[in-house]
Structures are given as structure tokens and as C-alpha cells.
Design a protein around this ligand. Structure first.
Ligand SMILES: [Fe+2]
Length: 217
């Protein structure tokens, strides 16, 4: 019986064929590039902030927004077959617009009080998530990045880091350079583009997170 594919299925199908032609013997269930794991680093919050929602630009009780360029990060949490992973929580944390974390080991107390620094959200039924944060900036020794952690039922917690396409320091970053596979590396480097349709003056980027597992759902 003829099956009508929707556009997304067609795109996934093309990806499957591409991976098959590159990897003889690979199964259709290995269609998407697995997001590489990266260290969580030393600056995961010691205390989760009272306001820990997915809008890191506005802290409840603060009169001013965070310093920095507002950036919307969104994407989907998927398995390598392209199926959404549901019932999962995504956390992000990053330094403020001046390169300081809300963390006692990072010259504690000087980070922008109007920047939340950490946020979390549940994925929706299609694995979708979004954050409103600031464009990540460099700090000594690191190219701009956002730390990402995924927690869910039936799999081990997963951490990685998201990078910004076009940053000169990407090539020299010792943590990004641990990812040797070109496609895996590219999968964590995200173009950030002006997105006036979302918010005036803001950037936006799509970061799909692909977990190499078959979670029990
Ligand atoms: Fe970091």
C-alpha cells in the first residue's frame, strides 16, 4: 500500500539513505547523528536558583533584564531514529554577558544578578523545548558555549555543550576539540541568526539533541 510521507518523514528518510550509503550495513534506526557528550565542567550551580524557568533573561523580582543579547534556543530531543524523547527535562547553564558564572568557584558574587544563569524546562509531546537566554560569550580559556543537561526516565543523565557557529576561538577550544568526528562536532555548533519575528533585536538558533539510546517509554 502506498504511504503518504509528510515533509519531516521525507527529510528523515533522506538522512537515513545518506547514512546507509556512507555506512554499509547501518540500520535505518541509526539515521541521525548522535549528539556527543561533553563534560559538565566545574560550574553547574551549587544551588538551583529560586527562579529556574526557561527564561534566563528575566529573573523574578529583578527590575532589569540581563545584560547581553537576547537569544532564543530551541530544538527537539530525539533518539537516533528521529523519534521524540518525551518526559525529559532539559537544563542549561552559562556565564553572564561578562564571562562570570553564578558559582562560588568562579569569583563568586560578581555575576550579573539580573541574569538567571541556569534554567530548565520539560520537553513537550514532540520532544520540543525552548529557552530565552543571552548569546553566550567567551571567558578565559573557553570559546562561547552553553552547557546542556538532559534528565529523563529510563536513561542516564546526558550532558553536552552547545557552541556558536563562526566563533574564531572554536578551533582552539580544548573541550570542543575533544570531539574528533566532524559530523558530531558540527552537530553541537549552532548558527545564531537575527530573529526579529520572534523578538526585536534577538538571535535564535536551533539545537536538536539526539541521544544514542532507546529509552524505556
Ligand atoms: Fe562553561
Amino acid at each position: 500500500m502506498k504511504r503518504n510521507y509528510n515533509r519531516r518523514e521525507l527529510l528523515l528518510n533522506t538522512a537515513s539513505l545518506a547514512s546507509l550509503s556512507l555506512l554499509p550495513g547501518a540500520s535505518l534506526s541509526a539515521a541521525l547523528i548522535e549528539t556527543p557528550r561533553q563534560t559538565s565542567g566545574p560550574f553547574y550551580p551549587t544551588r538551583i536558583p529560586l527562579d529556574s524557568d526557561n527564561n534566563l533573561v528575566d529573573v523574578e523580582g529583578s527590575e532589569s533584564p540581563a545584560e547581553g543579547q537576547v537569544t532564543h534556543i530551541f530544538g527537539r530531543l530525539l533518539d537516533t531514529s528521529g523519534r521524540p524523547i518525551r518526559n525529559a527535562q532539559i537544563e542549561i547553564w552559562q556565564c553572564d554577558a561578562f564571562g562570570f558564572y553564578h558559582h562560588p568557584r568562579d569569583r563568586g558574587g560578581v555575576a550579573d544578578a539580573n541574569f538567571q544563569g541556569f534554567g530548565r524546562t520539560l520537553v513537550d509531546s514532540s520532544g520540543g523545548y525552548r529557552f530565552r537566554t543571552i548569546r553566550p560569550v567567551a571567558y578565559p580559556g573557553r570559546t562561547p558555549h552553553i552547557h546542556v543537561r538532559v534528565l529523563g526516565i529510563g536513561f542516564e543523565s546526558f550532558t553536552t555543550q552547545m557552541y556558536v557557529a563562526g566563533e574564531a576561538e572554536n578551533d582552539n577550544d580544548f573541550i570542543l576539540n575533544r570531539v574528533r568526528n566532524r559530523k558530531a562536532r558540527d552537530s553541537i555548533i549552532v548558527p545564531l541568526e537575527a530573529a526579529p519575528e520572534i523578538e526585536s533585536g534577538a538571535l535564535a538558533g536551533n539545537f536538536d539533541i539526539v541521544l544514542g539510546l532507546s529509552p524505556t517509554m
